[in-house]
Design a binder for this molecule. Structure first.
Ligand SMILES: Nc1nc2c(ncn2[C@@H]2O[C@H](COP(=O)(O)OP(=O)(O)OP(=O)(O)O)[C@@H](O)[C@H]2O)c(=O)[nH]1
Ligand SMILES: [Mg+2]
Length: 674
């Protein structure tokens, strides 16, 4: 592939609901531009874009693929993103580096949830966007209905059709280009070949009307065109093109195109559109690039995808990673198409390429020249909220697992790995069930570690509700030297303080040198409470009396005496179970508020309040026991069709209500095999 200068580059991101046809569209682009000689099929698992074994297996995209297409005089870097919500991190990073988002919709299903969420993100980012209504060959596909649905959902946005489909369902065979006023009549055999015809009388009236609407929508984007328009002159094809280009760039309109990726109808038209109208990359004078994606390959090593915003990045030169303050040498950059690499000598401003083995680089880092240090805005990734506890299936694979996790986590910033010291579990946190499952599949495939997962344990604790005074004696007479330790301790609740120790020994009944051993014994005993075996907390222990033996007493004997006293005391002091409570902040569209609040109440939550957020969203705050929130990522998604999001943070420990406590204790005991 030759090197293209900035003017001849387009960076485009395919986004939309799962299964809308993004990958199929990219595949047809490849065929029409002559890269492949047949169109790969999702069902056959042979597309260029979905090359990961997990993508082939599940028949969905899980990772953004880079698909450069050479069309007319330009190179279009197509980023094919996954539609499934669990992989939204991939969409976020791809949108960060594109000049235009192409929202692919299914002509039957129309505007589905994930498409809506993505459209909102693009709007928020002020990114120029285009709608491609796909699958018009399918039964019940309806271009006008989808357009109407878009207008109903976003009454303030200006959706402007640039095409009109001719024929429907099986007989859908072409599109009329409204700007050019030409009919593109495609062959039915999927070859993508077409003939250009004059618009027939049947359509002309409607096309004239749409052309007039188009002129009205775009004229204001260009002063000269606007003057002409206001003076009532008929706008030429050139006028419309100029104004359309500007209007897209200024985000004034959302052009709507249509076709069928599967039947290769209208695909040449969308390629023409992307080449002609998508804004050229914005660049800066300084040398700078953003790393927006990382792939961990067990053989090639780490691959960093970068988008150049200024200057040129050449092979074997030094770059400065301003996000981490280190200098590194770039080896051989290459273009990637699906999984195929093609080395290049240099990558120009506006272009996207990949480089392997940059040690320190992470997704979101800026690369620049040491003399001109800049840090570009990073990528706003979704926060992972669903955790599972994981374990290597094979004993002895623990080290292998942690090094594999460390390497693989570099490629997905929406995965978090942590260790819960209390439950001693290794936690994997991601965006949803499928995300976590596929992550573990990748771990096995790439690094050969098989992993099992389960719902994490809740780190309960135990405490007491009553003060007691108890005795503990450790006495042994075995042959010569005996053991003797004897204490009286006071145990009382001490809320909010993990542990307090005091001594009130009078007259040396427990000699000074043994007192630290008593405290040590109690600390040891606290690690395992008597109810289920969770750590004991919020207590104060006072050593108040005891006795000793001049020969037989030892630190060990006093420690053991303290442990005996403590265990006995806790049993008598009304032990109770404490559970962690989290503070939750949930953001949901207003219409789901009732359901979400009802659900939180059902989870023993305490509502703190709610405030209105932007665009009909509400933010609900509540305190909820953590045990009830372990699968909340899944619950909230089904309650809100994926539109809700939440964060949670540990707040405090609270007593498990009496009734629940009994059944919970027996349940937890049996789970521990007691
Ligand atoms: N009839 C018809 N089927 C299509 C068309 N485009 C795609 N499909 C089918 O729809 C299914 C999903 O297509 P994909 O290309 O994987 O959709 P996607 O948007 O990439 O899906 P995700 O990557 O999972 O979000 C596949 O079985 C395709 O063959 C089309 O134009 N017409
Ligand atoms: Mg796909």
């Amino acid at each position: 592939m030759k090197t293209y200068d900035t003017k001849h580059l387009r960076n485009v991101c395919l986004v939309g609901h799962g299964g809308a046809g993004k990958t199929s569209l990219a595949e047809t682009f490849l065929f029409n531009s002559g890269v492949t000689n047949r169109i790969g099929k999702i069902t056959e698992g042979n597309t260029v874009s979905d090359f990961l074994p997990e993508e082939v297996k599940h028949k969905v995209s899980i990772s953004t693929s880079l698909i450069p297409i050479e069309w007319q005089e330009v190179k279009i870097n197509v980023l094919d993103t996954p539609g499934y919500l669990d992989f939204f991190g991939e969409v976020k990073s791809a949108l960060r580096v594109a000049e235009c988002g192409v929202l692919v919709l299914c002509g039957v299903a129309g505007l589905e949830v994930q498409a809506e969420i993505t459209l909102n993100v693009m709007e928020h980012q002020k990114l120029p966007k285009v709608i491609f209504i796909n699958k018009l060959d399918r039964k019940n596909a309806n271009f006008s209905k989808v357009l109407e649905q878009l207008r109903d959902t976003y009454p303030l946005a200006r959706f402007v059709p640039l095409q009109l489909p001719t024929g429907q369902e099986d007989s859908f065979l072409g599109v009329i280009d409204i700007v050019k006023n030409k009919h593109y009549d495609y062959e039915a055999n999927g070859s993508g070949k077409f003939s250009v015809k004059e618009v027939s009388d049947e359509y002309q009236l409607e096309i004239d009307l749409l052309r007039e609407q188009l002129a009205e929508s775009v004229a204001e984007a260009d002063d000269e065109v606007l003057t002409k328009y206001l003076e009532g002159e008929r706008l030429t094809e050139e006028d419309l093109k100029t104004a359309l280009q500007q209007a897209l760039k200024q985000n004034l309109i959302i052009p709507v195109l249509c076709g069928s990726a599967y039947r290769n109808i209208g695909i040449t038209n969308i390629l023409d559109f992307l080449a002609d109208f998508v804004p050229t990359p914005e660049i800066v004078p300084e040398k700078v690039a953003l790393v927006f994606k990382t792939l961990a390959d067990p053989y090639v090593g780490k691959m960093s995808f970068f988008r150049v915003y200024g200057g040129k990045f050449s092979a074997e030169t030094l770059v400065y990673n301003s996000s981490r303050g280190v200098e590194e040498k770039i080896g051989q950059p290459f273009y990637l198409r699906g999984k195929t690499q093609e080395p290049v000598t240099s990558v120009s401003a506006g272009d996207i390429a990949v480089v392997a083995k940059l040690q320190e680089v992470r997704t979101g880092d800026t690369l620049c020249a040491k003399e001109h240090q800049i840090i570009l805005q990073g990528i706003d990734f979704p926060i992972p909220t669903l955790s599972v506890a994981i374990q290597a299936k094979t004993k002895g694979d623990e080290d292998k697992l942690s090094s594999a996790l460390a390497r693989l986590s570099e490629e997905d910033p929406t995965i978090k790995i942590s260790k819960n010291t209390e439950t001693r579990e290794l936690l994997l946190t991601g965006l949803g069930e499928m995300h976590l499952e596929i992550y573990l599949e990748k771990l096995t495939r790439k690094f050969g570690v098989a992993v099992s997962m389960k719902v994490p344990r809740v780190p309960y604790r135990e405490t007491i509700r009553k003060a007691v005074k108890v005795e503990g004696k450790h006495k042994k007479q075995t042959g010569g030297h005996g053991q003797y330790g004897h204490v009286w301790i006071n145990i009382e609740p001490s809320e909010g303080k993990d542990f307090e120790f005091a001594e009130a020994i009078f007259g040396g009944s427990v000699p000074k040198q043994y007192i630290p051993a008593v405290e040590k014994g109690i600390r040891e005993a606290m690690a395992e409470g008597t109810m289920v075996g969770y750590p004991v907390t919020d207590i104060k222990v006072t050593l108040c009396d005891g006795s000793y033996h001049a020969v037989d007493s030892s630190e060990m004997a006093f420690k053991l005496a303290a442990i005996i006293a403590f265990r006995k005391g806790v049993e008598l002091a009304k032990p109770t179970l404490l559970e962690p409570v989290v503070e939750v902040e949930i953001k949901v569209p207003e219409i789901f508020m009732g359901d979400v609040i009802g659900d939180i109440n059902g989870k023993r939550g305490k509502m703190l309040g709610m405030v209105a957020d932007s665009e009909n969203y509400q933010i609900i705050r509540a305190h909820v026991p953590q045990a009830e929130m372990m699968r909340y990522a899944i619950d909230l998604r089904s309650l809100t069709q994926g539109r809700g999001s939440f964060t949670m943070e540990f707040l405090q420990y609270e007593e498990v209500p009496g009734k629940l406590s009994e059944s919970l204790v027996s349940q937890l005991k049996s789970a521990q095999g007691h």
